[in-house]
Design a binder for this molecule. Structure first.
Ligand code: HEC
Ligand code: HEC
Ligand code: HEC
Length: 460
């Protein structure tokens, strides 16, 4: 890991920016209040806040699995060390029960705690700064009407000098643009709404934009593809790896229901995102789709094949494969083809419809992406069942497939299916993924049970 140089860089920033930052850095404490009576909040405002909290994925980061919602303590590994999310229930001692509306809004807008200390950007305040006063008010009403839970987050394990919160002031000076979203007059109402939600509360760029050595999103690479929790969050700009161009309609369907027939399923951390977006009003999901599709000029250019074209072509290829004699096992791709026929084609080449069938891999961004990690994760860990509901399931091949076999299999999928050069580091990456050196979070498909007919039917 580039850990040492990152650290040196950060220390440098602290020193260089130190003097200048000091004036900028200092924030006063905002007086504690007596915890407000939950009945004092307008129920309409609370309901609005619930929707907004879903867009902001607040529960995901502020809940340790098995613990009550919003009680914090989830470990967030960063290249610098582990940061723990805090308790944001209205408990007066261990949560934000004594935070006024002003203190909450300052945290969202400026990344500063009630007592005046800086918050680490693992809390995506660099996005939440865009949130409007009205939406912050609704979020506050929602959080302050949750059940208070007594729970203290473990201490962060950050090395010196990162353990000094003042160090964040230097980071903010360099990378943080504070201020609510400003409408772009040249764009439509829907586009502006989408940009507000995607770049603000939705913090899509926190995963989909690559970061620099100091953990800040690269401003010139907006949506060019990033990583999170051991997964690649594919590019959503002109460099999108999708073999069929995304457009506003397919994005809407994918974000709403967690899958699309021309693209497959939202996997890994994206499953949680689509699960949450399922709670938003249609109009807002349309708005996000409108904005994101404007970043991907492929659809308009019409240069990519359609889903039907690709399916037709791959059916022909599938028939040829089925009737062909055994593959040439002297090459990696030949050995990979044998494995594919034995272990994968029964689901991925059978024409079973999505969401429960496996997508035709000719359509899959996972196979067409520049990086092998999501394909490795999917084959090793599969897709676990969602408890108590019908969901898309794929077996995990970690116990039965060696790293060399996985490497051969992906060589076949890359060269013959995606028609791209094989990834060159599959076996060693697979080993690191198995050993936990590359930490991967595996989730069931959260969005999939919401087929087109029962959107919104899930637990509210
Ligand atoms: C990507 C993970 C992540 C998401 C998403 C997230 N938070 Fe946090 N949040 C954190 C972490 C980590 C901290 C603690 C940061 C620190 O200690 O400096 C934090 C701290 C906070 C704090 C300061 C609390 C305190 O006691 O210091 C508030 C308020 C807060 N978050 C509210 C929210 C709200 C509201 C949302 C949803 C709109 C949200 N967070 C979404 C990770 C997240
Ligand atoms: C917590 C990290 C995270 C956040 C936040 C996030 N994404 Fe994703 N996204 C991912 C990952 C990881 C994938 C790859 C999923 C897979 O392998 O199926 C992905 C995939 C996608 C895809 C499919 C791309 C393709 O070519 O297959 C779209 C579209 C998408 N995200 C849109 C969004 C939008 C819009 C937002 C904000 C509302 C968002 N994402 C927020 C992590 C994230
Ligand atoms: C029992 C059926 C089943 C088997 C066997 C199976 N899969 Fe899957 N697979 C699925 C389902 C269901 C999904 C989720 C829907 C989707 O996105 O395709 C999935 C998803 C995937 C994805 C993600 C596709 C995307 O971009 O959304 C990849 C890659 C994949 N499988 C590869 C494989 C490989 C390689 C094998 C053989 C080693 C295999 N699968 C075996 C059912 C299966």
């Amino acid at each position: 890991m580039k850990f040492k140089s990152i650290l040196a860089g950060f220390a440098g920033v602290v020193i260089v920016a130190g003097a200048a930052a000091f004036a900028y850095a200092w924030h006063g404490s905002i007086d504690p209040i007596n915890p407000p009576d939950p009945a004092s909040f307008d129920p309409g405002l609370v309901a609005k806040g619930a929707e907004l909290a879903a867009v902001g994925n607040c529960t995901a980061c502020h809940t340790k699995p098995g613990n009550p919602s919003f009680s914090g303590g989830l470990a967030l590994p960063t290249p610098f060390g582990t940061i723990y999310s805090t308790n944001i229930t209205p408990d007066p001692e261990t949560g934000i029960g004594r935070w006024s509306q002003a203190a909450f809004q300052r945290a969202m807008r400026e990344g500063v705690r009630r007592d005046g200390a800086h918050l680490y950007p693992a809390f995506p305040f660099d996005h939440f700064t865009l949130v409007s006063d009205a939406d912050d008010k609704a979020l506050y009403a929602y959080l302050m009407t949750r059940r208070p839970v007594k729970q203290v987050a473990p201490d962060n394990t950050l090395p010196f000098p990162l353990d000094i919160r003042m160090a964040v002031a230097g980071w903010k000076l360099l990378f943080f643009d504070q201020g609510a979203y400003q409408n772009k007059d040249s764009e439509t109402v829907a586009w502006n709404r989408g940009a507000y939600l995607a770049n603000g509360l939705g913090h899509c760029g926190a995963c989909h934009t690559p970061r620099n050595g100091l953990g800040a999103e690269k401003s010139d690479k907006h949506f060019a593809g990033g990583e999170q929790e051991g997964w690649t969050a594919f590019a959503l700009d002109g460099s999108s790896p999708a073999p069929v161009a995304w457009n506003a309609d397919s994005l809407y369907a994918y974000l709403r229901q967690g899958w699309h027939e021309d693209h497959g399923l939202a996997n890994g951390p994206m499953a949680e995102v689509t699960g949450n977006l399922g709670r938003l009003p249609d109009q807002d999901v349309h708005a996000i789709a409108t904005y994101i599709s404007s970043l991907m000029p492929q659809a308009a250019s019409g240069t990519l094949a359609s889903g039907d074209d690709i399916r037709k072509r791959s059916q022909t290829a599938g028939l040829a494969l089925a009737s062909a004699s055994a593959a040439d096992t002297s090459t990696p791709r030949g050995r990979g083809e044998t494995i594919y026929r034995a272990a994968c084609s029964v689901c991925h080449d059978s024409g079973r419809p999505l969401p429960f069938g496996g997508v035709d891999l000719h359509l899959s961004s996972t196979i067409h992406a520049p990086d092998a990690q999501n394909a490795i994760n999917t084959v090793l860990f599969g897709l676990p069942a969602t408890s108590g509901r019908q969901s898309a399931i794929m077996p995990n091949f970690a116990p039965t497939m060696t790293d060399a076999q996985l490497s051969d299999l992906l060589a076949y999928l890359r060269q013959d299916v995606a028609q791209k050069p094989a990834w060159d580091d599959v076996a060693s990456r697979a080993a690191d993924t198995r050993s936990g050196k590359i930490k991967v979070s595996v989730r069931p498909s959260d969005g999939i049970e919401r087929g087109p007919d029962n959107i919104g039917a899930q637990d509210k």
